[in-house]
Design a protein around this ligand. Structure first.
Ligand SMILES: Nc1ncnc2c1ncn2[C@@H]1O[C@H](COP(=O)(O)OP(=O)(O)OP(=O)(O)O)[C@@H](O)[C@H]1O
Ligand SMILES: [Mg+2]
Length: 253
């Protein structure tokens, strides 16, 4: 199953969710490929040693713009069962470069992913906070979307736009099978705003909203700076327990 972690709003925990969901699925014995499709390369920076530049020729740029096969950019991580395809800052120009391309500009990632999808139980794609052609490539390549929404402030308007994009991807027949796997409440805390946003999400998206919510928890941020996932950095933290429960809910859906 190919799952895109998507929300065009920035800072809602897409990257944090992509990393910890992928790591958590690998820990329960699944074979997982994590793809960083965000030019900001935040996921990539977690998995590579500090200061090591990602080789452009071994990044997703090469797959989207030069038709390189995905296996040529995949690297193994030090975590059993977890493989990784890095992004590159050059991807920031890829929306424009793809817009000028005529051949299958929305389907390039899908073609690359389809060639290897039976080698993995789960392929998780981290996406940029935008709805450009790179994100469209991810949506077309994906079976399901997992949408993290921050409950730290009222910002639900962007969700309409995301829904419209999903409809567009379907209506243009680019990916008729695309559907929402779930909506994930992130940055939950004991405040009126957080409770209200969560309640609104549950009343609008009903059973699509995961039961588990991801609490605001500084260890999740620390794990990134230690270049690892939460289960290694702070396995007993509230963040680790929450992402562990998310893994179980994803397995069950
Ligand atoms: N539950 C949490 N508690 C505390 N900090 C968190 C939590 N989840 C994520 N963070 C931190 O918040 C920041 C934003 O999270 P993250 O990078 O995952 O969001 P994003 O949606 O991927 O952002 P962008 O749209 O820029 O890609 C990061 O510094 C991350 O470490
Ligand atoms: Mg991110």
């Amino acid at each position: 199953m190919v799952i895109s972690i998507a929300n065009q709003k920035g800072g809602v925990a897409k990257t944090t969710t992509a990393i910890n969901l992928a790591a958590g699925l690998a820990q329960v014995g699944k074979k997982v490929l994590l793809i960083d499709a965000d030019p900001q390369s935040n996921t990539t920076q977690v998995f590579i040693t500090p200061k090591v530049e990602v080789d452009l020729s071994r990044s997703l740029y090469q797959v989207l713009l030069k038709f390189a096969p995905l296996p040529s950019v995949i690297t193994e991580t030090r975590y059993p069962g977890l493989s990784f395809a890095p992004s590159h800052i050059r991807l920031s120009g890829a929306d424009l470069e793809l817009a000028q391309a005529f051949d299958n500009r929305s389907e390039r990632l899908k073609r690359a992913v389809d060639e290897i999808r039976d080698q993995y139980d789960y392929i998780i794609i981290d996406n940029p906070p935008s709805l450009g052609l790179v994100a469209i490539n991810s949506f077309v390549a994906s079976d399901r979307l997992l949408i993290p929404v921050s409950t730290a402030y009222f910002a639900l308007t962007g969700l309409d736009q995301l829904q419209e994009t999903i409809e567009m991807v379907k209506q243009t027949r680019m990916n008729l099978g695309l559907s929402i796997l779930g909506v994930l409440c992130t940055f939950t805390e004991n405040t009126n705003v957080s409770r209200d946003v969560e309640a609104q999400l549950r009343s609008f998206f009903t059973e699509l909203v995961f039961s588990v919510t991801i609490p605001k928890n500084v260890t999740l941020e620390e794990a990134h700076s230690r270049h690892t996932h939460i289960f290694e950095h702070a396995p007993k933290s509230s963040g680790a327990l929450a992402y562990q429960q998310l893994v179980q809910e994803v397995l069950a859906r």
